[in-house]
Design a binder for this molecule. Structure first.
Ligand code: ATP
Ligand code: MG
Length: 362
């Protein structure tokens, strides 16, 4: 069986370091390892519209931002198909049929949908499109017969719901769709990076992000004002690592070699943590170290971005070509789905012949 990746992001803003450690960094590694037969990366504009229906300009403007972030991080259009969701009409068509396989109560139980409805204060005014987005996400994944979906941890219930839809479809209509597996980062911290304010998740909607496209000064300022241990007032006080965002970010970004370069008095992160817990290590020193570590990772991304920002028409061309290629694949799946569901009347010569002979015999 082919190994196929499908994943993507909503064009609701520029991408941030949560996206990077949660999914983007891993995608680039998978792409470069060359073990997958096909990699589809989707800019999920139709999904973004489910909770931004009144703000299409925001979605439209952010498509290029996401594409710039993708390319700056090393996604390569020669090896990964980059495309825009709304341009693949088969995705809407598949969603329409999958809706028959999912109950309202099952959607209501989806923990991610529940949390996101609460975060957006939708209460009773949830757009139907938003409520059903796990179904449309199942269409996105299955249209490409994806075997692997690299995502942050918040997306696990989505993949589980997709797997259920696949099993139901295959049980009712015969083996047609591929059951995907989620691929979350090995490190728990990377699967759900907290915001700079210490809130559970860095999220465009919460405004607690370090963006991949932030300048070096912006990154430094955000790190220096980051949430740490509120009880660590004097340097000599023992500090706590629990919920301490600076250490969480070090867990996500720091490698042993960084100590030699930027903080040679410690051998590794465990030593630094130990000193912080004992007392005698100030927040500013740790934050400066984190800044050095993150700037090292972000600088090449920023440099590539500033090159790419001068090539906007060429990037739209990449997305157009990618969307055309993605559509061909989705159309093949759609044809298989229609045949399985017996809604391919005009291609089914046997059906027409059988009915003709049945009536002919009367
Ligand atoms: P929005 O607030 O518009 O939903 P978002 O910041 O949650 O935006 P998405 O486009 O929904 O971003 O998520 C894209 C991908 O990035 C998903 O795979 C998601 O799991 C992952 N991701 C998003 N935020 C984080 C985070 N803080 N840590 C790890 N992964 C994340
Ligand atoms: Mg999200």
């Amino acid at each position: 069986m082919s190994k196929i990746i499908l994943t993507g992001d909503r064009p609701t803003g520029r991408l941030h370091v949560g996206h990077y450690v949660g999914s983007l960094r891993g995608r680039v590694e998978l792409q470069n390892a060359g073990e997958y037969d096909k990699i589809f990366i989707m800019i999920a504009d139709a999904q973004a519209l489910t909770d931004n229906a009144d703000n299409p300009e925001k979605v439209r403007q952010n498509i290029i931002e996401v594409a710039l972030d993708y390319l700056s991080c090393g996604l390569d259009p020669a090896r990964s198909t980059l495309f825009i969701q709304s341009q693949i009409q088969e995705l809407a068509e598949l969603s329409f049929y999958y809706m028959n396989l999912v109950t309202v109560s099952r959607l209501q139980r989806n923990p991610t949908v529940k949390a996101e409805i609460q975060m957006r204060n939708f209460e009773t005014s949830i757009p139907v499109g938003f409520f059903t987005y796990p179904i449309s996400q199942a269409a996105d994944i299955t249209a490409f017969q994806a075997t692997t979906v690299p995502v942050g941890e918040d997306q696990l219930p989505m993949i589980e719901q997709c797997r259920e839809i696949v099993r139901k479809f295959n049980a009712v209509y015969g083996e047609t769709l591929t059951e995907p597996e989620a691929l979350v980062p090995k490190s728990q911290v990377c699967g759900r990076l907290p915001g700079t304010d210490g809130k559970a998740k860095m999220s465009k909607s919460l405004g607690n992000c370090i963006y991949l496209s932030d300048t070096a000064d912006e990154v430094r300022a955000k790190i220096m004002s980051m949430f740490t241990d509120p009880n660590h007032l004097k340097i000599t006080d023992p500090g706590s690592l629990e919920g301490n965002t600076v250490f969480t970010y070090l867990d996500a970004f720091c490698k042993e070699e960084h100590f030699g370069r930027y903080l040679p008095e410690y051998a590794n992160l465990d030593e630094l943590k130990g000193h912080y817990q004992r007392g005698g290590l100030g927040d500013v020193k740790v934050k400066k170290f984190l800044n050095a570590v993150m700037q090292e990772e972000l600088e090449p991304i920023r440099a590539r971005r500033s090159e790419l920002e001068r090539q906007i028409p060429a990037i739209y061309e990449i997305l157009k070509k990618g969307s055309e290629a993605a559509r061909e694949t989705a159309a093949q799946t759609m044809a298989a789905v229609k045949a399985a569901m017996k809604i391919n009347y005009f291609e089914d010569a046997a059906l027409i012949a059988e009915q003709a002979s049945r009536y002919g015999e009367k």
